[in-house]
Structures are given as structure tokens and as C-alpha cells.
Design a protein around this ligand. Structure first.
Ligand code: ZN
Length: 292
């Protein structure tokens, strides 16, 4: 496939994907239901009307993007000057739009572009089988992926334990092999073994941001904490809290269950800690926040 053809393809994808959805981020107030996923990046493009004196560089700078990203999203700029009054597409991050080839999955796209699959999934609104995905730019330096919080030690005092007793870890955070089917996948949390019905506790003070069913998570509770951190409690049997509720450390959020698609059939709590990053809520190793 030639470079030009590729650009044209991207252009048509961006245009067709954006055709129906206008631009500004859905406001939290306007949303009828609080989602555990972010709005897909492709629905968060803005349109910028070129003003007199602007250059690709100045527009890129204004939106904290690279000129390459602006040109990739607006292939017509490759060969022509900016025209005052013309509208151009502004993506939420540096990156590219990729059509998922038939017979491939977005997981293969993640592997190809060396981006954590959980990040790609989240950036694209947790869609199961997207036809087109936005792949945020992965920094060229292989040692420090942009998806990681630059500060490796937690800056906040969020430490606690989500169960009454210290539990055995069934599956740790990070790249893992699924014990059932041998598939390698990214595990965005830690699985703590506990009997069904065991109370699940908030690991810190915060506000309930989500309390409902959510795909493979099953019954899920999300608590937002100060310091741009979030804890997630999944596969719950029961949910005892509701959105907006203020939580104190140790308050019960629900009980251990097997809802959703747990990695193992042994009842466990799938527990996550996420931190707010430029790409949304990025999973962190929960080990650093667990303390009894
Ligand atoms: Zn898990």
C-alpha cells in the first residue's frame, strides 16, 4: 500500500467516522449513565477553523500535538497551504487512525503498534470489535512508554486492603497467560482469592464514580480518590453503593462474586488501581497500593 493511498484511506475513515458525531466531548452532566469507559477517541475529535496567520506548527502547539499528527489527520495539508476559514480535524492525542483489517482483532493492532492492549481498549471506549481504532502515539523511546505514569512511586497516600483478610493472589498484574486457554493477555488488576459473599472494602476515602454491570468486569464499583487515582472492584456478587456516594476507607462496597468474565472460576476479587494520565485512566500495579 502506498503512503498516499494510506493517507487517503485514513482521511476517508476519519471523515466517515466523524460524519455523524460532532466534536465536543460529551459532558458528564449530559450523560444519562456514568460509564466505566471513556468516550472513544474518534468521537472526541475537535474541528478547528484556521485563522489568519496560523501555521500547522502553531495549531499543533495550541492543542499540544505534533505537526505530524495534524497532517496525518488532515492529509490535504500535505501538499497545500492552510486556507483561512478551512476546518481541520484535531484529535485528542498524538496518534494515528487505523482500520482493523478483516480477520484481525484490535489486540493484534495493539501488538503491532506496541501499545498496551488495555490502554488501546480504554482509549477506544471499550468497544468489543471496533472496525477503526485510534492508536495513541507510543513514544519512540522504548524504555519509557507514555502510558505509564512518570512517577513510579504513588504520590498519594492511597493504601489499603479491599478484603477483611489477607488473600492469596490468584493472578498478578501485567502480562499473563490465561490458565484456561493459554492465551497471553494484559491483566490490568490483581485477582485476590476469597469466598463468594466476602465483604469488599474501599481501600481509601473517595467518591463512587460507577456502580453497575460493565462487560467482562461483571458487577463493578469504581471509586475516585484524591491525587488522580481510582480503585476498581470487579466480578462482585452484590453492589452495596451508588454513584456519588462518599466513601471512607474500609466502607463496604459489595461482596465477592463471579459475575462478568473472570479469568478463573475460583471466586476472587479483581482489584485495580488506575491513575489519571493524558490517555485517560491508566492501570497501575495494584501491589503498590495494597497494605493491610
Ligand atoms: Zn482479574
Amino acid at each position: 500500500m502506498t503512503f498516499c493511498y494510506r493517507l487517503l484511506l485514513l482521511c476517508s475513515i476519519v471523515t466517515s467516522t466523524l460524519g455523524l458525531v460532532y466534536t465536543s466531548p460529551r459532558s458528564a452532566v449530559a450523560q444519562t449513565a456514568v460509564s466505566a469507559c471513556q468516550t472513544p477517541a474518534l468521537e472526541r475529535f475537535l474541528r478547528h477553523k484556521v485563522a489568519s496567520g496560523e501555521t500547522v506548527e502553531s495549531i499543533a502547539q495550541r492543542y499540544n500535538l505534533t505537526p505530524d499528527t495534524i497532517i496525518a489527520m488532515n492529509p490535504a495539508l500535505q501538499n497545500s497551504k492552510l486556507t483561512v476559514g478551512k476546518e481541520i480535524q484535531i484529535p485528542p492525542y498524538n496518534g494515528i487512525v487505523v482500520e482493523v483489517p478483516s480477520g484481525q482483532t484490535w489486540r493484534q493492532i495493539a501488538a503491532k503498534y506496541k501499545i498496551r492492549p488495555d490502554v488501546l481498549f480504554d482509549v477506544n471506549g471499550c468497544q468489543k470489535n471496533p472496525r477503526v481504532v485510534f492508536v495513541p502515539e507510543v513514544k519512540r523511546s522504548p524504555n519509557r512508554p507514555i502510558t505509564q505514569n512518570p512517577t513510579s512511586t504513588p504520590a498519594s497516600k492511597l493504601v489499603g486492603y479491599p478484603l477483611p483478610e489477607l488473600a492469596k493472589v490468584a493472578l498478578s498484574y501485567g502480562w499473563q497467560t490465561n490458565p484456561t486457554n493459554g492465551e497471553v493477555f494484559f491483566h490490568s488488576g490483581i485477582d485476590l482469592l476469597a469466598a463468594k459473599g466476602t465483604p469488599v472494602k474501599a481501600i481509601g476515602d473517595g467518591t463512587v464514580a460507577f456502580a453497575d454491570k460493565q462487560g467482562t468486569y461483571g458487577n463493578l464499583v469504581i471509586i475516585n480518590h484524591s491525587g488522580g487515582l481510582q480503585s476498581r472492584y470487579a466480578h462482585l456478587d452484590t453492589i452495596k453503593v451508588s454513584v456519588g456516594q462518599q466513601m471512607k476507607k474500609g466502607d463496604t462496597v459489595g461482596s465477592v462474586g463471579t459475575t462478568g468474565t473472570p479469568t478463573t472460576n475460583q471466586p476472587h476479587l479483581h482489584f485495580e488501581v488506575r491513575s489519571s494520565s493524558s490517555l485517560g485512566w491508566t492501570a497501575q500495579d495494584p501491589k503498590n497500593y495494597l497494605q493491610r
